[in-house]
Write a new protein. Structure first.
Length: 372
């Protein structure tokens, strides 16, 4: 039963009457249920306290998914996005005090001039009917803006102190700027809920910068055991990586890479390691295009507790990564038979894994052990 009155759009429909699909893993027989379909390139997923979900659609719509899978009309008051190339409405996070303040944070591509744009963060208060964001305003803008259709990032994650991490890309045409601490191109920034700098990086960096040397980060999650930020980063042609991101560190792009440029040229002469530059915990060549990241802490999959999961776009899979502290001990590639591009993965309040598929007719999927 849906909490609150929702109106489905003509193309966005509940799909819970569709028969579930099955899949196998090393530990479980899996059941994959389509909860909703008709989402246009869904990008980010966050669960409300009552079990409903908020989903961003890249063209610029925010939807509420009812517990019966029905989708609402677009939530009013969302920011105006620049939906070009990889840009649009992207990441989403609820304030840790959402029950009290109902604040929602959205990252998006913002038009900044006649042909320039940037990654920005918007904050608004979701009304009690979940039909509108009220008192919305932009609290952060990547600096500077460029004319680009690519590499916006962007995930947003709260840390344990209530500050907000924002991942951003190198804009594709500005790769050298990822090493320039005078701007926020190819950086992770840390800000307060009002947008004030809280970076804790090096003394000569912009005060909002947390780390530098990133390419295009579309997965980010807080490790529940340590409170540290983990991210997945798109490499060029190969060299996608999983990283622990610490304040003041340099993650190497484009000085080092485990991939090559798209035309086959080596990156910086083929250099893969250099003193003072951070290495991934694991990397993927060929590229899987990782997107979405979550640590599993639930009860439905006890054998997977403490694992981290990444969606994959080009790889069309869900990757399960087993860990011993910060050391990767194994990987399993799941749901490869579905032929889906997985844009986001989150642990739901029910302990299942919930995924968004990247498609003009995108789906919200629930993955659980068979019969659960």
């Amino acid at each position: 039963m849906v909490v609150g009155a929702l109106t489905a759009s003509p193309c966005a429909v509940s799909a819970q009457n569709l028969p579930p699909r099955t899949a196998t893993s090393a530990d479980y027989q899996l059941e994959v249920q389509t909860i909703a379909r008709g989402l246009e390139n869904p990008w980010g997923l966050a669960f409300l306290p009552d079990g409903r979900a908020l989903v961003t659609e890249r063209p610029g719509r925010l939807r509420v998914v009812g517990r019966d899978g029905r989708l609402s009309a677009p939530v009013k008051g969302s920011p105006e996005v620049h939906a070009v190339g990889q840009g649009g409405l992207l990441g989403i996070a609820l304030d840790p005090r959402f029950v009290e303040n109902r604040l929602v944070y959205l990252s998006f591509a913002e038009r900044r001039g006649s042909d320039t744009n940037s990654t920005s963060v918007f904050r608004g208060r979701l009304n009690v009917d979940a039909t509108a964001l009220e008192n919305g305003r932009i609290i952060y803008r990547q600096q500077p803006a460029f004319a680009s259709r690519l590499h916006f990032g962007s995930r947003i994650v709260f840390d344990r102190t209530g500050h907000l991490f924002v991942t951003s890309g190198d804009r594709f045409s500005q790769i050298q700027e990822a090493q320039n601490p005078a701007n926020t191109i190819g950086k992770i920034v840390r800000i307060t809920t009002d947008g004030a700098p809280a970076g804790a990086g090096a003394a000569d960096w912009r005060p909002e910068i947390w780390s530098i040397g990133h390419r295009n980060m579309q997965g980010a999650a807080l490790n529940p055991a340590t409170g540290e930020l983990w991210i997945s980063n798109h490499g060029p042609r190969g060299g996608d990586g999983l990283y622990v991101v610490r304040a003041g560190r340099n993650y190497g792009w484009p000085l080092i890479s485990w991939g090559t440029h798209y035309d086959g040229r080596p990156v910086n002469g083929g250099l893969r390691e250099r003193q003072g530059l951070e290495q991934p915990l694991t990397y993927w060549t060929p590229s899987i295009a990782p997107s979405g990241l979550t640590f599993y802490t639930g009860d439905l999959f006890p054998a997977w507790r403490g694992n981290v999961f990444s969606g994959a776009l080009a790889g069309q899979m869900l990757v399960r990564i087993s860990l011993d502290g910060d050391r990767v001990t194994g990987q399993e590639r799941l749901l490869t038979d579905l032929g889906k591009r997985f844009r986001d993965v989150q642990q739901g309040p029910d302990g299942a894994l919930w995924l968004l598929t990247d498609s003009p007719d995108g789906e919200l999927l629930r993955v659980a052990p068979a019969g659960r």
